[in-house]
Design a protein around this ligand. Sequence first.
Ligand code: HEM
Length: 456
Amino acid sequence: MLALVDAMRTEAPPLVPGLPLIGNTLGLIRQHWRPFVVDAYRRFGPVFRFRAVHFELTVLAGPKANELLIRDSEGLLSLRPNFEEFIGELGTERFIILLEGDDHRQMRHLLQKTLSKNSVQSYIPQMIEVTREAAQRWRPGDPIRVLPATRRIVLDQLGLALANQRIGQSFDAFEYFFSALIHVFSIHDRPRWWLRRRRYKDAKAEVMRFAREVLGAHRRVGESRAHDMVDDLLEFRNADGSSLTESDLLANCLIPYFGGLHTSANTTAFLIYEVLKNPNLHARLQAEADRFFRGRSTAPESLAKLQDFEAAVLETLRLHPATPSVPRTAVKDFEFEGSRIKAGCSLFVHTTLMHDMEEHFPDPARFDIDRFLAPRNEHLKMPGAFAPFSLGPHMCLGAPFAQMQVMMTVATLLHEFDLELDPPDYDLRERNTPIPSPEPKFAIRVRRRRRAPQTD
Ligand code: HEM
């Protein structure tokens, strides 16, 4: 599959034919990213190039590409060049996605303490409470825009659990700041001078003020609160006994607020859509949510009762993965599946190719939660075929948190409210920004259930 020595004798990856100047831009707009990649994979194989107006990218896709991501023993790929400038705007170089080797392992170990499966269970009551509080402010009968609503909910859940601080008034600043960085450094459809605009500077100042507030609150002694991720960051010591610098601390205590903003929130919104579009699934999950809340316990035995919900979250991550591909840069020349990849080449590893393939998930366009339940268990048939959280050393650390928060948010909503699409016959349109998300106008209406089964 891979060879360093022969790299220069092989050919460049095939170029997906496109139009002069604009390359494959039209195809991408017409088809969307995932169908475009599946189509190109079938026509050109597991490695190909494509062009848009302002960039050229090489895509690696399929089982061998996922294997490379997991076992990059030669150190061929790096994430650092893709995010150096982006994260630089936070004023640090010591940020998990930029780190490699021992530094990276050390930071993962630190963040893992509050993001592990065990830790996540202790946040469940708070996840439910945050959802309830948010939904109680929705006026029955009024249209509720789903995406802004789920973004606030997941950010408050993450902020309270990992930093003991809600996002509050800083929400808009976070949204603007993050989205500007994506446009300038990831999609490259806005110039760098965009970051000199007043609105961006104000948003950045507010985000950093918020970070100082979070850090300050953690340094004050005598306040009783749960130990969290920010405490772990403050306690961290390098091998020489030194702690993280002030700028490293400020940037890293924002992890809870950036980790879920476009990922967990979009997944929650997609799941709400799929449930409301399918009356049988709606009834099935609502009944399961009622049984769960009747049990009044969030112990592991009780969570096991949510198996349909768990399957529904997995199916949402399959059909609407928030991160269908992950960016990398080739660090050395190498050969992949017969094509030459040159050092410095910008790559997308399309980790979720198999999500859309009949061979792995029959009738792949259909939302069908039973494919994740016994006896079908389609996701377990081939390792790496289901990869919504990426694979390898940088695989998502927040996966257990994310799955739990999506599940708890939707379970709480279904238990307490009757929800319907607005308008009832609404068909979802997806946007790629580049993170796939429901279009902003996706809305629901809520009505408190007349005889909501007893909660706590
Ligand atoms: C549905 C929700 C989520 C999805 C689909 C998702 C997806 C991903 C993906 C694909 C990566 C790996 C990128 C790569 O290989 O280049 C990643 C990394 C990461 N995610 Fe998530 N994520 C989600 C939620 C969260 C949440 C809630 C957190 C909580 C803080 C989080 C924290 C992280 C961290 C810290 C990393 C960096 C890991 C490393 O570099 O070692 N994620 N995520």
